[in-house]
Design a protein around this ligand. Structure first.
Ligand code: C2E
Ligand code: MG
Ligand code: MG
Length: 635
């Protein structure tokens, strides 16, 4: 009996089913459909073998039994192709689809059931002449038609639903369908080759290797689900409209990097083993050294947190790990309610904002992410997008606020202040975007854009000829500490043929010591070329005094709130007076910012402040108005 191919297929499918069942799965719709498909193919191959056997030995059995086996085989062929279709559109039609698509999904289902009944009802015949073996007749014909419809639908779905289905899955499905169609064509012309059910097995094998091998969803290092499948799983939960909660466990490092790495690895290994005890959550190992726990039932979050905290306390008995915890502190980032994010992408983006290197300054051990955090983050993303688009479309503008020199009674300085012009013409002020882009790192390209803008302006209008001795640029620490900052500035100055002494950078305090050191090195280099520095917003922070001592600044800018308070608060008055005296005695000059009234102007002058800046003299002005201002007041 010519059933070697079927036996091979049977072995392949049996192995696939065994492997698949042994592995942990995430419970995705497509996983369930895949295992169903494997079972249906298994049944199909068995029915193929039985019907072949019965046809060959038809004389020994009653005719109706042989016919029934033929029919059952035909039905199983329909079931295989239908399950391939169901697998292709798993989750998509059910959750994502439009009303029409959902209707189509139902139509296929009822069509499939109807097809089965019609095939059962229609007559079938079989043929065996010692070589050729096949069944034929209306039931077989109906089966060919229906199988063809399902196969065409699979191919059509991969085209129509392209954006919902992974390319890898589409490729594997198309290979499967091609193999199947080819085998059917071959069997049609050479009926002695019974390869259709074998081809179904090969197709399933391809799907398994390409898409459904649960092993690829498991991290080799820890045995938990790997980072590669987090998105798929979260996507499935969002699509199926399930509410869930997420807890991320990461580590805040305290010591030096090399010992930390070793300790981090060791700690992660022990924690990872412990996490196998948590059954109420799916545990993902994110490969970056932290774990993500997803709870489909929100009630278990608290008890699990408690269990893990107890674990961390208990390991203190183990001296090695206890030492590790003096350097490494677990940080729990908790999203109690998944509905704060619209989808898996947004949730992943949200979590990626709370990975360890993003919370250097964090002291808490638990971060709860709620609606407000999400709103803030969305706003950040919008602001970032606005800045990027403004840079692309050249909508970054710089306005100049004149600085009054008390000794010459002219405007010898100006502060360059950035603005973004929106497409509708309105202006966005720096307080609304600078702090955000400083956080995200976009400040470096933005500052470069601003400095280019300012230096081109200085070159085009030769502002020094209009009495300007210094243009003040605000310097973000991130920019100032960058290793390419000095060379970039010198390159810009040279390109615009400008004297470096025309530039002054305003710096503000920075919390990180490392940044301060790098900044200091860069400052010294630029100073050697004639660029000067001033200390911005003096009196607004806390460690400004150290700054005057450490940093090579020549000018101190009194913060406008200090100037304001000077008139209402005797203590502020004493501080301002002392700062002016102290600065002068150190050879530093003083600028008073935020001068809005004549009274403020007079008082600051009488204190001996060297420069004055504020709305009393002028608002920050667009380029041409600024030039006009200088011509009117300086010449
Ligand atoms: P800042 O460096 O302290 O700049 C002074 C701010 O005070 C400016 O606000 C200016 O318009 C405002 N101001 C000036 N005179 C008066 C006054 O008499 N009364 C009041 N109430 N305000 C006055 P602006 O332009 O909105 O800038 C805000 C901050 O944004 C700046 O504070 C600076 O820290 C930052 N910034 C501005 N431009 C840049 C830039 O190009 N790069 C960087 N990194 N930061 C910038
Ligand atoms: Mg400033
Ligand atoms: Mg300031």
């Amino acid at each position: 009996m010519n059933i070697y191919t079927q036996i091979c297929g049977l072995v392949i499918i049996a192995l696939l089913i065994t492997f698949y069942k042994k592995q942990p799965t995430m419970g995705l719709g497509s996983e369930r459909r895949f295992i169903t498909t494997l079972h249906v193919i298994f049944a199909c191959v068995i029915l193929d073998i039985i019907s072949c056997y019965l046809i060959i030995n038809a004389t020994k059995y009653s005719r109706s039994i042989v016919l029934l086996s033929c029919k059952l085989y035909l039905l199983s062929l329909q079931a295989v192709s239908y399950s391939a279709l169901a697998y292709t559109i798993a989750d998509i039609f059910k959750y994502l689809g439009s009303n029409f698509e959902r209707f189509l999904g139902r139509l296929y289902r009822y069509g499939f059931i109807l097809g089965l009944f019609v095939t059962l009802y229609l007559p079938v015949e079989y043929h065996y002449d010692g070589i050729y073996l096949y069944s034929y007749g209306p039931a077989a014909f109906a089966t060919y038609i229906l199988v063809a419809i399902y196969i065409v639908s699979v191919v059509a779905s991969t085209i129509v639903l392209k954006k919902h289905i992974k390319q890898q899955k589409i490729n594997a499905l198309l290979i499967w369908m091609t193999i199947w169609v080819c085998s059917a064509v071959i069997q049609f012309f050479k009926p002695q080759l019974l390869i259709v059910s074998f081809a179904a097995c090969i197709g399933a094998l391809i799907m398994y290797l390409e898409m459904e091998n649960p092993q690829s969803a498991i991290s080799r290092k820890t045995g938990h689900f790997s980072s590669a499948v987090i998105h798929d799983y979260l996507d499935f939960l969002y699509q199926s409209k399930k509410n869930f909660s997420v807890m991320m466990i990461s580590f805040r490092t305290m010591g030096d990097a090399s010992t930390e790495n070793k300790i981090l690895r060791k700690t992660i290994t022990t924690l990872s083993e412990f996490l196998f005890n948590i059954e109420v959550a799916k545990v993902f190992d994110t490969a970056e050294g932290y774990f993500l726990l997803v709870f489909e039932n929100n009630d278990f979050m608290e008890s699990t947190k408690f269990k893990i905290a107890t674990y961390f306390q208990s390991v203190e008995d183990n001296p090695d790990i206890a030492y590790a915890y003096t350097l490494l502190h677990p940080v729990y980032t908790v999203v109690p309610d998944s509905s704060i994010a619209y989808n898996a992408d947004e949730l992943m983006m949200l979590l990626s904002n709370f990975v360890p290197n993003n919370y250097e300054n964090l002291v808490k051990d638990e971060i709860i992410i709620d609606k407000n955090t999400m709103a803030e983050l969305r706003n950040k993303k919008l602001v970032e997008k606005m800045v990027i688009e403004a840079m692309e479309d050249n909508r970054i503008e710089v306005h100049y606020q004149p600085i009054y020199n008390v000794s010459t009674c002219t405007y010898t300085g100006a502060e360059a202040l950035v603005r973004i012009r929106l497409q509708d013409g309105t202006l966005v002020y720096p307080n609304d975007f600078i702090p955000i882009v400083e956080e995200t790192g976009r400040i470096v390209p933005l500052s470069d854009n601003i400095y280019r803008n300012v230096l081109t302006f200085m070159k085009s209008y030769r502002v020094e000829k209009l009495g300007i001795e210094k243009v003040e640029l605000n310097l973000s620490v991130k920019q100032g500490e960058s290793p390419v900052f000095v060379s970039r500035m010198l390159e810009l100055l040279e390109k615009n043929e400008l004297n470096p002494s025309l530039l002054n950078f305003e710096i503000t305090e920075t919390s990180s010591l490392q940044s301060k050191e790098n900044l200091l090195v860069n400052m010294e280099k630029l100073k050697a070329h004639g660029i000067s520095f001033s200390l911005d917003d003096f009196g607004a922070g806390s460690s400004n005094l150290n700054y005057i001592i450490d940093m090579p600044v020549e000018i101190v800018k009194l913060d406008m709130h200090l100037t304001e308070e000077y008139f209402t608060n005797p203590k502020a008055r004493a501080i301002v007076k002392t700062v002016v005296e102290m600065s002068h005695s150190m050879g530093l000059r003083i600028i008073s910012e935020g001068i809005e009234t004549e009274e403020q102007m007079k008082e600051m002058k009488s204190l001996g402040v060297d420069y004055l800046q504020g709305y009393y003299f002028s608002y920050p002005l667009p380029e041409h108005e600024f030039l006009k201002f200088l011509q009117m007041n300086n010449l």
